[in-house]
Design a protein around this ligand. Structure first.
Ligand SMILES: Cc1cc2nc3c(=O)[nH]c(=O)nc-3n(C[C@H](O)[C@H](O)[C@H](O)COP(=O)(O)O)c2cc1C
Length: 206
């Protein structure tokens, strides 16, 4: 079948929006997604340092007034966020036909918080983060695995050093949009924009 002929119908559902607070709305939507979606914390992160734009999938690790994720500060996204702290997150929950777009400003979380999260992860993940110069050229994948196995042995009974170039970012949102797939391609969209300290809500055409 040609890709252009692929059609997936969406079905209009009642959506629940807290008109004062997109954070609360996110929380409610997320709780429902947790029951139906296999990896609800997976999102796409778009960054741009000016001339070019890039995006990649990430995992949300916490949220409240801000949205937290972890990565390598020297990766492509790390470099782009250093040059331009504005960035955009996009969650797509296929099973319930919902999309949430969050635009905001990103900054690093406190080093102590990053460290606490780093050491809460399984040792295998700690070593992965310690070893990987994310987004840099490597000679071979086999070599990487070899190094990984050596490090697993080396730190079997020792603490893995905390990699200085790894940690968390938090995105403070200034725009959040909730999207619910609907019948006849008439999807429901609700946009919140932060005006000073207050969120202002409006509905948007699909
Ligand atoms: C579902 C999924 C979740 C991911 N989560 C993360 C993450 O939380 N942190 C991270 O650094 N990379 C994560 N990755 C890998 C990134 O997509 C990406 O390959 C990596 O961060 C390098 O991106 P960059 O070169 O643009 O910086 C994830 C990939 C997938 C497919």
């Amino acid at each position: 079948m040609k890709i252009g002929e692929t059609r997936k119908e969406y079905k209009t559902r009642k959506i629940i929006i807290n008109s004062d607070c997109p954070i609360l709305t996110f929380k409610n939507w997320y709780k429902k997604a947790e029951k139906k979606v296999s990896e609800p914390n997976a999102f796409n992160l778009a960054t741009s340092s000016g001339k070019y734009v890039s995006s990649r999938m990430m995992l949300l690790k916490d949220y409240g007034e801000t949205f937290i994720f972890f990565t390598n500060f020297h990766s492509r996204k790390g470099v782009e966020l250093f040059n331009n702290s504005k960035s955009s997150m996009n969650f797509w929950w296929k099973e319930i036909q919902q999309q949430i777009r969050i635009d905001g400003v990103v900054k690093k979380i406190q080093k102590e918080e990053s460290k606490a999260y780093f050491y809460s992860r399984p040792k295998s993940s700690q070593i992965g983060a310690f070893l990987s110069n994310q987004s840099r050229k490597i000679n071979s994948y086999e070599e990487l695995i070899k190094e990984y196995k050596l490090l697993i042995k080396k730190y079997k009974n020792d603490i893995v050093p905390y990699p200085k170039n790894w940690g968390g970012y938090e995105l403070t949102p200034y725009r959040i949009e909730f999207w619910q797939g609907g019948s006849y391609r008439l999807h429901q969209r609700v946009e919140f924009i932060k005006a000073r300290t207050k969120w202002q809500m409006k509905k948007l055409a699909p």
